[in-house]
Design a binder for this molecule. Structure first.
Ligand SMILES: *Cc1c(COP(=O)(O)O)cnc(C)c1O
Length: 232
């Protein structure tokens, strides 16, 4: 095994073990692990696939699209902010989108999926998570609480989207545990309202323990597995 493959194998094993241990400690089911590969080369992602990884996440459309074209054995998920004009592209390659934060974007993705289906580039509906802004500062993405219901309505009404849950990134100065617990409660309340179980996408390398303790369903982990991101 190459050094890099060994390193990824070790990090992956350690991270999975850590996730299980924290989940067990809090009497929670182990969340799904989404490996965040942004900025890292396609070669690394190919190694992850050899190690059994099936789902990876990216945050920039062009970079993700290029990688997804090269590596069609993996599912690529979009976790970064999306310009509306890029929605058609995302609709072609994304297995899910975790960063829907406006009615406009939900509608653009719906049209994009419709178009991709027409052209034979996609068969399935697109699962989407609505990203919520915990503090009302939307510069890093996320819908504010007052807008949440209308984005959910748009997602539910969209023929080609499946509203799958909520995503959150705690603001830097926030109490992560409190943010995760609040959004977990939102997910559960919405699940009740819609009559089906929605999911919470929360937790990154630095704050996954708090997210798992709060009962997250999906953690998005980059640095702990891939190492520090190369610049650029
Ligand atoms: C980069 C990123 C992650 C992973 O962050 P790490 O600190 O590298 O684990 C998770 N979620 C989002 C939205 C990201 O942009």
């Amino acid at each position: 095994m190459s050094n890099r493959k060994q390193e990824l194998a070790d990090n992956l094993a350690a991270t999975k073990e850590h996730i299980s241990a924290i989940a067990a400690e809090h009497d929670r089911p182990s969340p799904q692990l989404l490996v965040v590969t942004k900025f890292h080369p396609a070669e690394d992602i190919a190694l992850l696939a050899e190690l059994g990884v099936e789902d990876v996440a990216e945050n920039r459309e062009q970079e993700a699209r290029a990688k997804a074209q090269k590596l069609d054995q993996l599912r690529f998920h979009m976790i970064g902010q999306i310009q509306t004009k890029k929605a058609n592209h995302v609709a072609r390659w994304a297995a899910s989108v975790h960063s829907v934060d406006s009615v406009k974007l939900a509608n653009a993705l719906d049209r994009g999926v419709s178009l991709a289906k027409e052209r034979g580039q996609r068969e399935s509906n697109l699962p989407i998570f609505i990203q919520v802004s915990a503090d009302g500062d939307t510069s890093r993405g996320g819908a504010v609480r007052e807008e949440l219901d209308e984005v959910i309505e748009a997602a539910e009404a969209a023929e080609h989207l499946e509203f799958a849950g909520l995503m959150v990134v705690p603001p830097l100065d926030a109490d992560a545990q409190e943010v995760f617990s609040t959004v977990r409660a939102d997910v559960d309340r919405l699940s009740e309202r819609l009559g089906r179980q929605l999911k919470l996408s929360a937790g990154m390398s630095a704050d996954m323990d708090a997210a798992i303790a709060a009962g997250t369903d999906i953690v998005r982990v980059g640095t702990s597995i891939m190492g520090k991101r190369p610049v650029g």
